[in-house]
Design a protein. Structure first.
Length: 319
């Protein structure tokens, strides 16, 4: 029987080709979750893909035949999980597609902040080359301590790049063994709060939940080294943004890089938008050409694999 798939927010053509070339699938694309057509189309679809827009229970409940929601990414806090659990809807993620892109983005941010890219670039472009000796000094990442919080595929991709720069890598993840971490060149940390005070850099790769909400707050920031750089390419809300702004203004830490925000897009009154010590990107850590193709293909392949009863269990969200 033909399966109907609803692609909520368009994906790369390579992903759609996988469905169009399959005799048992047909699909439609809805780009706007506020489009009234979404409520009509989801009623008789068997599966759906979803990028970053929120999918509330009100919409999910309309899907009388809906069996799977395949995320174009690894996060799933934009889906009403309780409704999916009640309706026995499987949520799948693109577990293998974006690790390299996000890890590279973390290094991109870390290097840009440590080398004061914006300030030095502006100096030359604004005709102030001769003021170079007046500029504040940059810092090296060689030999520095970095703590990777969360050691899934992205964290494990990041550690390779950190070791390439000869950094000392520490890992906090209660669910990963010391043996696994040490085999990849890191050292396991048992107490996150105690470890932070000796780190020169911190990269966050944890999900947003009740335990991680505002885990980076002013009290913790006060314990950090003044040369510390914080990178968040995981989820907004893990860092208290107002506390971070104060910490940067009070020179408690060196700088920060954010790819994610508590509100997306961030509110116009968010003080970080005007803070020169923070490097920002619009939730695009995975937006490489290569990664977008991989994610699109894995998103639709997960749907096909689900209906073929061969979806890798590591790609299924536990509800």
């Amino acid at each position: 029987m033909m399966k109907k798939i609803l692609i909520i927010q368009d994906i790369d053509n390579k992903g759609k080709e996988l469905l169009s070339n399959h005799p048992d699938y047909e699909f439609e694309v809805i780009n706007d979750v506020n489009d009234p057509e979404l409520k009509k189309k989801i009623v008789d679809c068997d599966g759906a893909s979803l990028r970053t827009s929120k999918l509330p229970g009100e919409i999910i409940n309309l899907g009388k035949k809906l069996k799977i929601i395949s995320r174009h990414g690894v996060g799933y806090d934009n889906i009403d999980l309780e409704t999916c659990k009640k309706k026995d809807i499987t949520i799948a993620i693109t577990a293998t597609a974006n690790a390299v892109a996000v890890a590279e983005h973390v290094m991109f941010m870390l290097l840009n902040i440590s080398k004061r890219k914006n300030m030095y670039d502006d100096c030359v472009k604004n005709g102030n080359f001769n003021d170079r000796n007046k500029l504040p000094k940059t810092q090296e990442i060689w030999g520095k301590n970095i703590l990777i919080a969360g050691f899934g595929r992205i964290g494990q991709s990041l550690i390779k790049r950190c070791l390439g720069f000869e950094m000392n890598v520490f890992v906090f993840d209660p669910f990963v063994s010391s043996e696994k971490i040490e085999s990849l060149g890191g050292k396991k940390i048992e107490n996150f709060k105690d470890a932070v005070s000796s780190m020169d850099a911190l990269s966050l790769h944890v999900p947003l939940n009740n335990e991680t909400k505002n885990m980076i707050n002013l009290d913790l920031l006060k314990t950090m080294k003044k040369n510390c750089i914080i990178i968040n390419a995981a989820r907004g809300g893990i860092i208290n943004e107002y506390d971070l702004d104060k910490a940067l203004n009070d020179n408690l830490i060196f700088g920060a890089g954010l790819d994610v925000f508590e509100a997306e897009p961030p509110n116009n009154d968010n003080p970080l938008l005007k803070n020169d010590k923070v490097f920002l990107s619009p939730h695009t850590a995975a937006f490489t050409e290569e990664c977008m193709i991989r994610m699109a293909k894995e998103t639709t392949q997960n749907i096909v694999d689900f209906f073929d009863n061969k979806l890798d269990k590591s790609k299924i969200v536990k509800l």
